[in-house]
Design a protein around this ligand. Structure first.
Ligand code: PLP
Length: 362
């Protein structure tokens, strides 16, 4: 079966001047392009109705399973414009593969990797005028997602599933003046348990995280740092939307092992690049206490968080009900900045793509 997504061009695209105004200050996730990609799945027909159309509201029956039982998964990746005008994706195959794993966890059908890539490329080509010229870190953020659209109130795998991709021009997710973030260690909430949905990129994980995010902000922090339990003997998991890394005075780049955390593309990228910076990549369980002691005695020299939206974000401080810790001198670390420059350099075509991570779209 063909995985082509034919284009039915929008009859009323955003006027050029309005688009230019949006691209001048896109923010994050507030403005959307002219088109969307979509497809439908049923057990009888499999994936069908592949298309790229004008972006438009869904019409959903109020009994649609997603509205009741949160059968939904998503992805997030970006299209980057290089200096010569060409447009590229960064390791989209990994997003496609993770989308299949997330769907499996939520009882949703797998979308073949070819369909995932074809839908994204078709949408980016239709909306290529929306891919910003990068002056600092602008890109076109792509949001593929899938949900149970069958009107049925029983609990079982849905027999009608909708897949779609929307696109939103974006600048850096954390436009923080301080050049980094502070993390609140929640001892009221966890994000995942063994055998739960922590490794799936599903909307439900985010819905459950809103209360913790509110708590973090109430304590003057930007994001939550989740532990795997509710006391300080627990292990570090990840931030709300990003994986966590520590740089140690022994030249290690340490990140919590996979299991209940999200297998981030940026996480894998940073681990693969570590040796270029004379860092030894280490994936292992990280006790929260070890993180605190290391920050206090200087053996943890840098902390950062990694994810597509914010790339690599320095963590300047960590706060909990019992302590307030400043990482090193409270400024972004050297290795953090070097890794960030290298990742951005590859993504924007300024630095050699030694791993073959870029995929040409236009
Ligand atoms: C998406 C996500 C990440 C980052 O993954 P990337 O593939 O690097 O964007 C980290 N943690 C959570 C919970 C996520 O949903």
């Amino acid at each position: 079966m063909s995985s082509a997504f034919p284009l039915l061009r929008s009859a009323s695209p955003v006027p050029e001047a309005e688009r230019a105004a949006v691209l001048a200050a896109p923010g994050f996730g507030r403005h959307f392009t002219d088109h969307m990609a979509s497809a439908l799945w049923t057990p009888q027909a499999g994936w069908h109705n592949r298309q790229v159309t004008a972006v438009r509201p869904f019409s959903l029956h109020p009994a649609s399973s997603v509205l009741h039982y949160a059968q939904e998964v998503f992805e997030g990746l970006k299209a980057y414009r290089h200096a010569d005008g060409s447009i590229w994706l960064f390791r989209p195959e990994r997003n496609a593969q993770r989308f299949i794993r997330s769907a499996g966890r939520m009882g949703l059908p797998p979308l073949p990797e070819d369909d995932f890539l074809a839908s994204i490329e078709a949408l980016v080509r239709a909306d290529e005028a929306w891919v910003p010229v990068a002056t600092t870190q602008e890109s076109l953020y792509l949001r593929p997602f899938m949900f149970a659209s069958e009107p049925f109130l029983g609990v079982r795998p849905a027999e009608q599933v909708t897949y779609a991709v929307i696109a939103s021009p974006a600048q850096s997710y954390f436009a923080s003046a301080r050049g980094g973030v502070t993390l609140w260690v929640s001892t009221a909430y966890t994000r995942a348990g063994q055998g739960g949905t922590g490794a799936a990129k599903c909307g439900g994980n985010y819905g459950a995280g809103v209360a913790a995010q509110v708590e973090a902000e109430r304590h003057g922090c930007d994001q939550v740092l989740y532990l795997d339990g509710l006391d300080e003997e627990a292990f570090v998991e990840e931030a709300g939307t990003m994986n966590l890394f520590l740089v140690t005075s022994r030249g290690e780049l340490v990140t919590p092992a996979l299991g209940t955390i999200l297998d981030g593309v940026t996480r894998d990228t940073v681990l693969a690049l570590a040796t270029e910076f004379d860092l030894t990549p280490v994936e292992r369980p990280v006790p929260f206490r070890e993180l605190c002691v290391g920050i206090a005695d200087g053996t943890v020299t840098e902390v950062f968080a990694a994810g597509t939206a914010a790339v690599i974000t320095p963590v300047l401080g960590i706060k909990s009900t019992r302590r307030t810790l400043t990482v090193a001198d409270g400024e972004p670390g050297k290795q953090t900045q070097a890794l960030r420059d290298r990742v951005l350099g590859i993504q924007y075509g300024r630095s050699e793509d030694t791993h073959g991570w870029l995929r040409h779209v236009r």
